[in-house]
Ligand binder design. Sequence first.
Ligand SMILES: C[S@@+](CC[C@H](N)C(=O)[O-])C[C@H]1O[C@@H](n2cnc3c(N)ncnc32)[C@H](O)[C@@H]1O
Length: 302
Amino acid sequence: MLNTLKKLLRPLIPGRKIAGGPASGVRPTGDVKRDAGLYWARSSGEDVVRDLSHWRGQGRWAEREWLELGEFHMGLVGRLADASRSETGTSGQPGDADAGIDRVSQSGSTEGFEEFIAALPSRNALEWGPGGGANSRLLCASLDRVYGVDISEANIEECVAQMEAFGFKNFVPVLIDSSQPEQVDGKVPEDSLGFILSTAVFQHFPSRQYSLDVLKIMGRLLAPGGYAFIQVRYDDGSDQLKQKTENYFDNVIFMTSFGAGEFAAQAAYAGLTVVASERDLDREPNGKIAHYEYFLFRNQAS
Ligand SMILES: C[S@@+](CC[C@H](N)C(=O)[O-])C[C@H]1O[C@@H](n2cnc3c(N)ncnc32)[C@H](O)[C@@H]1O
């Protein structure tokens, strides 16, 4: 019960404003795509960006919290896959925060995830934005090959180091330029992946157009019948959540979010159909619901 409560109160959003600027020694250029690359490169030397990148043992991510982060995500994948096999097709309706939370409190295992993995059309997977590797650890344990795509050399090196520390040899780092997500195309074969996962990354994208570009890439890389599990922020109409268009360093935490139906519509355009979704499973440090929504998609291409 205590663990469940801790998961629910898990602070995914830092309680302080993280700003760039002169103190970091790196100056933004004003081009939000380039500035994303400059910002995340700062985990090479700044504790606050390492914490934001979910490095094991850094800031909020003491050993136990870091291990539980990945387990929470894989458990949720299993639950969403289960829900898709049930009558409703989705679990946790938009705005039905309490229903979502109740379901999370019933979940503590990654059993459903193993079942989900066993039914995938391919045992190759990709994590978009693996950061410190909390998710990749579990993907590498269950799958043959796991590509990790990141725009930060420091973060991808940290992920490689963590996978090596766990004894995994199946992690394939893919470093891309933040302005050119399509660089992934030449490095990961088309139609080859059974599963793609991306948590706490789309909210940091420079724009909604960038999100659509990445979804289209994902659609190309997924095998027919493959799945994608993606976490986004939803826009509740507040100034905090509304889409930002400039000042990446200042807006990095709340850069990109989606209005009702917008993310599912983008995904549909990329050939991905919603299998199940849940929102409002995470809380901010002040106890308020964080505006996250998790989607499980299936690639309909044949
Ligand atoms: C908040 S961390 C999340 C790490 C991991 N997904 C997790 O949930 O523990 C964000 C990660 O996304 C990466 N990132 C940010 N923008 C990206 C982009 N456009 N493409 C790929 N990775 C990106 C960052 O470098 C960082 O590693």
